[in-house]
Design a protein around this ligand. Structure first.
Ligand code: ATP
Ligand code: ZN
Length: 588
């Protein structure tokens, strides 16, 4: 094909052949994923598997260009693969509709078939999961992500470069509870209150725990008393949801939340010395006007609603939510669930009105409540392009040496910057320890068998601890009860993760993935070298620790290695920028 002649000219015959013989996995067929699928196809990858758990939504169509109006509600993975059929050439394509973290659909053995994994995901949990899978099977992972105009591509070569978890990721901003519960001053405070407190208390799971006054983050005895009373009354209200008529329920909620609680708060003088006192809602006055309002206001998401309109939406959404709660039980807030969104918008706006804060349209509140930064199609396209280009290095003589982390930003003259991948963080909980696989013939194997093999193969002493999944201790020196139980009886299944720790601290900790392979006759453990002291865990991978200011400049200029000595903390922006500007010498 004419196109391939061009490609061969650019890539060279050898690389081209390697690409056409490679099988890759693309996780996520959303904004970046659609772009990346097109890029990988045009690069002529031999086989591409596309996994995505979601179906197409109207809001995806502006940037996920493989989808059309007629595809709404269809599987993203299946539709994306069908959409590229016309230009797929000889590439074999396989869609998978499912959650990449579902072990039964995607066991580790399934991941092993791929030469490269591409992440085009939108959440930390799935990214961390795929990162771990890549570490277990030691395959390159090209990670990418965008937020508005910002984006990054990170090629990860397990144990040779930083992995996805080597640096802490930014977590959503939180606010002190007393700001949210007593003294809001910004729209976001009221939105957070409506979504995380009021909605969760009324329609969410009932909490077993008593509210601890220390959690309220205030020393004011009067405020603590008011907030405790507020919570207890809300719990009493929640109990009535199922029995009360809609009218009674709505009246009780509005009276309590927007009148009584506010009256109580406004009486705590210490809170209002330098702040404007809240004014309780005149429910009687506004409720009289409700009948005169056109119900169509509920669907106008661009308009800033008046107080009466907010009350109308609140009353209407409470009705809908109460009916749903009666039939479905516990409800979760979802920005795309109109009933829950209406409630949060109206409740937040009424609270804002009471506290003299600016109110927001439903459209704006949706962005804030859903932590949405509008996606930019161009950023996705650029990052997908870099992600596919970075994958070319896998076929080079020096994949790590040739790889680059790519960032783009809004900074003038720094639209796109690059730097070599950094070495792994020795304290990283993902790649700072060794990983392997335990293959067992069946789940009827006793835990004792695995314990025996561990000691034999890796040289641990009896003083070893075995923890499964999240902190479930199944064996240690003083706890041998489970050794004669089968994995099945211990509810340990395919895909369970074993954490093996040496209680004497003589040997490194390791993590092993349990794989059931019925054909095997014996328990098999991956060959991994478990280093002994005096190589301290921290020293085993670190080469340099330091740096700030001039020292960093020197190091960066010399050999471009940087290891931060506080690895669990996010790198400060200035340092991040410093690295990038130093390395910008070769910026694109
Ligand atoms: N655990 C997972 N398994 C498989 N696919 C996943 C998983 N988590 C997220 N995804 C997919 O990753 C893709 C990320 O794409 P993108 O960031 O464009 O998000 P989106 O959900 O399409 O858009 P938006 O969040 O803006 O509505 C989505 O299609 C999503 O379904
Ligand atoms: Zn790591």
């Amino acid at each position: 094909m004419a196109r391939d002649i061009q490609l061969i000219r650019i890539l060279g015959e050898e690389t081209y052949n390697k690409i056409t013989n490679s099988k890759v996995l693309l996780v996520g067929a959303g904004g970046i994923g659609c772009e990346l699928l097109k890029d990988l196809l045009l690069m002529r990858y031999g086989e591409i598997h596309v996994a995505d758990l979601d179906t197409i939504d109207l809001s995806n169509l502006n940037r996920q260009f493989l989808f059309r109006q007629k595809d709404i509600k269809k599987s993203k993975a299946n539709t994306a693969v069908a959409a590229v059929a016309l230009f797929k050439g000889d590439t074999k394509l396989e869609p998978h509709h499912g959650n990449i973290m579902d072990v039964s659909q995607f066991p580790l053995s399934w991941f092993r078939q791929f030469d490269i994994i591409f992440n085009a995901l939108d959440n930390l949990e799935a990214r961390v999961y795929v990162n771990r899978m890549a570490l277990f099977i030691n395959k390159p992972l090209i990670e990418s992500g965008t937020t508005g105009l910002k984006g990054q591509v990170q090629p990860i070569y397990p144990y040779l470069t930083e992995c996805f978890e080597c640096t802490a990721k930014e977590t959503p901003k939180t606010f002190p509870i007393c700001t949210i519960r007593s003294t809001p001053s910004k729209p976001i405070h009221c939105i957070t209150w409506a979504k995380n407190f009021l909605f969760a208390q009324l329609f969410g799971e009932e909490s077993e725990e008593e509210l601890n006054p220390a959690d309220l983050e205030t020393d004011d005895a009067q405020e603590i008393e008011a907030l405790l009373k507020e919570t207890n009354e809300l719990l009493a209200l929640k109990k009535l949801i199922k029995d009360d008529s809609a009218e009674d329920f709505i009246d009780s909620v509005v009276e309590k939340i927007f009148v009584e609680d506010i009256v109580r708060l406004s009486k705590i003088d210490t809170l209002w010395k330098s702040r404007q006192k809240p004014v309780p809602l005149d429910y009687g006055l506004y409720s009289k006007k409700l009948k005169e309002l056109p119900p169509s206001v509920i669907s106008d998401d661009q308009k800033i609603w008046t107080t009466e309109e907010n009350l109308l939406v609140l009353v209407d959404s409470l009705k809908r939510l109460q009916a749903r709660y009666k039939s479905e039980g516990v409800l979760d807030f979802d920005k795309d669930d109109k009933d829950t969104l209406d409630f949060v918008v109206a409740a937040a706006n009424l609270r804002s009105f009471i506290f003299g804060i600016e109110t927001k349209s439903e459209f704006e509140t949706k962005q804030i409540a859903g932590n949405i930064i509008p996606a930019v199609a161009t950023t996705n396209a650029i990052m997908a392009g870099f992600s596919s280009l970075q994958s070319l290095n896998v076929f080079s003589d020096d994949p790590v040496g040739n790889s680059r982390l790519i960032y783009d930003s809004e900074y003038i003259n720094k639209f796109v910057t690059q730097c070599p991948p950094l070495p792994g963080n020795p304290n990283c909980k993902a790649c700072g320890i060794q990983r392997g696989i335990i293959t067992v013939p069946s789940l009827d194997i006793q835990l004792g068998e695995i314990h025996k093999q561990l000691l034999k193969k890796y040289g641990y002493s009896d003083d070893v601890s075995i923890v499964v999944g999240n902190n479930r201790l199944v064996y240690d020196y003083d706890f041998e009860d489970n050794l004669t139980s089968s994995l099945k009886d211990l509810t340990i299944g395919d895909g369970s993760i074993f954490f093996i720790g040496d209680s004497d601290d003589e040997l490194q900790d390791i993590e092993l993935y349990l794989e059931v392979a019925p054909k095997e006759t014996e328990i098999a453990l991956t060959d991994i070298t478990i280093k002994k002291k005096p190589v301290k865990k921290e020293e085993s991978k670190a080469e340099v620790t330091i740096q700030d200011g001039d020292q960093m400049e020197e190091i960066l200029d010399e050999d471009e290695i940087l290891i931060i000595d506080e690895p669990t903390e996010k790198r400060p922006l200035e340092v991040e920028e410093e690295i990038h500007s130093k390395r910008k010498k070769s910026s694109i």
